[in-house]
Design a protein around this ligand. Structure first.
Ligand code: ZN
Ligand code: ZN
Length: 419
């Protein structure tokens, strides 16, 4: 990696001002695009309109755009080369909506902040070495678009990746939960439930025993554990002993190691529940998303830019409420930032009608421009401030040594376990 040593901090103030001015100039167009994506919600892998509009805007703004990368037709990569060879910094954009709910996660804001950051850097004429990329990553809501793209090599040359997500307050250091799913099916034997129950093996009783068994262990789970199940099949008719019964579990925790411990507890309980009735067990595991580990160096840089725009960077509480995101997987591979910016009042739940309304509110429009500035300044610093990116990479390698993150190689091995 060539890190370039031309830019001093003094010229950086000028660069930051130029970026802010550029973002203000393109702001109305970004806001219009955010509103257009919000009004045209498309679920994961079918974000045809959004990916086209975003790609068109990047192309018009001076980027070379590849459409349909990594085998995903709604993914794209826009590249702008600097004045000399150097590292690659990527700003990521999500633009998928939720089934039925529309843009209730505010990905229209993520998309326009992401492309706005790239466009503001080009428009500001701030020079840099290396490559600036804006990568369009489909299907965050359950499809794991970033994981698919990473497996297919899209992130191989990327040294650091950053993005924003709308929320109720600004946070650069909030993580996310490692997740996974288990589908459990018990197979018994059908028999007349009144005439010959002695001939049957009741698979439903195993499902019930599994729920009771998991609850018996629940007190002993760590407080960050989230283990929640539903019964997906409970039998076919009340006069037949259920020959097949099934349940699905979501298993989450702050780190993958503990998430796997929880999965092995579920496996023990399921095997015991099968033995209790004499049924047999069918077990299917899917990996879900890794936990997000924010890069301390990039978070600190972003935090300074939040402060410059009058925003307090809240420190996440030890029991901070969290979901899961495929950006977690990216953070296992390289230094990454997933900064939250406020568009809704505190207490507003994500994936709700209230959050969908907030995502097209004047507050969200303001955050489209603010987020573009903050991400653009952070990306520009990573490409221009001597030692910043190298420091973030070194810090990430220390986290790999400490087992806090998997690293590129470890992630590849780990992520192929269940595919
Ligand atoms: Zn969401
Ligand atoms: Zn989201």
């Amino acid at each position: 990696m060539d890190l370039g040593h031309r830019k001093a901090d003094a010229s950086n103030d000028h660069a930051h001002r130029a970026i802010d001015d550029a973002a203000d100039r393109i702001g109305p167009a970004l806001i219009a695009l955010s509103q257009k994506i919000h009004a045209n919600p498309e679920v994961g892998f079918s974000e045809t309109k959004a990916s086209t509009w975003l790609s068109d805007a990047l192309e018009a703004g001076g980027f070379d755009v590849e459409r349909g990368i990594g085998g995903l037709s709604t993914a794209f990569r826009a590249t702008r080369r600097g004045i000399a060879p150097g590292p690659t910094v990527a700003v990521l954009a999500e633009y998928d909506a939720l089934p039925d709910l529309g843009h209730a996660c505010g990905h229209n804001v993520i998309a326009t902040c992401g492309i706005g950051a790239g466009l503001a850097i080009v428009e500001s004429m701030v020079d840099f070495d290396g490559r600036l990329e804006v990568i369009g990553t489909p299907a965050e809501e359950g499809g794991g678009g970033k994981i698919i793209l990473a497996r297919r090599g899209v992130f191989d040359d990327v040294d650091a990746a950053i993005m924003m997500h709308p929320s109720v307050k600004a946070m650069t250091r909030r993580g996310s939960l490692a997740s996974g799913r288990v589908e459990v099916t018990f197979h018994g034997r059908a028999a007349h439930a009144a005439g010959s129950p002695d001939q049957g093996i009741n698979a439903l009783e195993s499902v019930i025993a599994m729920f009771n068994g998991v609850n018996a262990r629940r007190l002993h789970f760590r407080s960050d554990a989230r283990v929640h199940g539903i019964i997906t099949h409970g039998g076919d008719a009340v006069n037949i002993i259920p020959a097949r019964a099934a349940c699905t579990w979501s298993v989450r925790a702050k780190d993958r190691t503990y998430q796997r411990t929880l999965v092995s507890v579920l496996r023990e309980v399921a095997e015991s529940a099968a033995r209790m009735t004499g049924s047999t067990l069918e077990w299917r595991e899917t990996r879900g998303y890794d936990n997000m580990v924010p890069s301390p160096a990039i978070a600190a840089t972003c935090s300074a830019h939040l402060a410059a725009h009058g925003l307090e960077d809240f420190v996440p509480a030890p029991d901070e409420r969290m979901g899961s995101t495929d950006m977690g997987d990216i953070s296992q591979m390289m230094p990454a930032l997933h900064v939250y910016l406020p568009i809704a009042a505190e207490g507003t739940a994500g994936h709700s009608i209230a959050f969908r309304e907030a995502s097209s509110s004047p507050g969200a429009d303001a955050v489209v421009v603010l987020g573009a500035k903050v991400l653009a300044r952070t990306a520009a610093d990573l490409l221009r401030v001597p030692g910043l990116l190298a420091g973030a990479v070194a810090e990430h390698q220390e986290m790999v040594q400490a087992g806090t993150v998997a690293g590129r190689q470890g992630w590849r091995v780990e992520s192929s376990r269940h595919e």
